[in-house]
Design a protein around this ligand. Structure first.
Ligand SMILES: *C/C=C(C)/C=C/C=C(C)/C=C/C1=C(C)CCCC1(C)C
Length: 247
């Protein structure tokens, strides 16, 4: 009976000074709340805007499910849930690329624009996973290649055709594009910091891990996810609200 109860409730033991566990727990709740908000608000928008809000909700919902598992994983084994982390990213980051496409679709963005972003950001994540999980001895090299893919994404959004389309659209669409672009430039730049903390052993930047401990990686990633997934979704939401008023 006790086993069954433990299974059903799955209450993790969490020390009161387990700050990493705390961010997993709060992250999970925040992602759930954001998903409920996005999904429930869908019916108040015209059809034209709904897909974008749906994608915002899917991003936070997929993250909520992964945070549920990551929280449990951390509570059970006190290790970075690197596998779940990257499965989550490989699903949610392409969806963020889809958001750029959806926002600029009316301005002429094509599937090709969308797939270019998806392929580049997926490469960024695959190389990052390689450095963190498969070949950590050469984490710096894999991280640098991953970083190159990241800068290519930044380039496409800031200077590529997507930027031209946003400029030609003007108004709320340009505004939303510019804010989302800043999320990619500043918000996404949080992640390499977590990567460096997690792979700092024996590197010249080992002072990073000495300062916060290797589990600092998860705090950095969790904060990054909350900002980028929920914040990003809210910008799209604001774009849809403003656009609904315009038309
Ligand atoms: C919701 C999750 C998001 C927005 C995740 C974004 C992840 C990144 C931008 C990761 C970038 C990395 C580098 C640029 C280099 C080092 C390896 C990574 C994968 C941490």
């Amino acid at each position: 009976m006790e086993t069954l109860n433990n299974f059903l409730l799955e209450v993790p033991r969490m020390a009161s000074d387990d700050y990493v566990g705390f961010t997993f727990f709060v992250g999970c709740m925040a992602m759930m709340a954001a998903s409920a908000f996005f999904f429930l608000s869908m019916s108040s928008f015209d059809k034209k805007w709904r897909t974008s809000i749906l994608v915002s909700g899917l991003i936070t919902f997929i993250a909520a499910v992964h945070y549920y598992y990551m929280r449990g994983y951390w509570a059970d084994v006190s290790e970075s849930p690197t596998f779940f982390r990257y499965v989550d990213w490989i699903l949610t980051v392409p969806l963020m690329c889809v958001e750029f496409y959806l926002i600029l679709k009316a301005a002429g963005a094509t599937k090709k624009h969308m797939w270019t972003l998806i392929v580049a950001s997926t490469a960024m994540l695959v190389f990052g996973y390689w450095g963190e999980a498969v070949d950590p001895g050469r984490a710096q090299i894999w991280g640098a290649i991953s970083g190159a893919a990241y800068f290519y994404v930044v380039y496409l959004i800031f200077f590529g055709e997507l930027k031209n389309l946003a400029t030609s659209a003007g108004g709320e669409t340009l505004r939303a594009h510019n804010i989302l672009a800043k999320f990619v430039l500043i918000g996404w730049a949080i992640y390499p910091l977590g990567y460096m903390i997690g792979t700092a052993d024996g590197q010249w930047y080992s002072f990073l891990a000495d300062a916060v401990g290797q589990s600092g990686r998860d705090v950095v990633y969790n904060v990054g996810d909350a900002i980028n997934k929920i914040g990003f979704g809210l910008v799209v939401y604001g774009w849809a609200v403003a656009g609904s008023k315009e038309s």
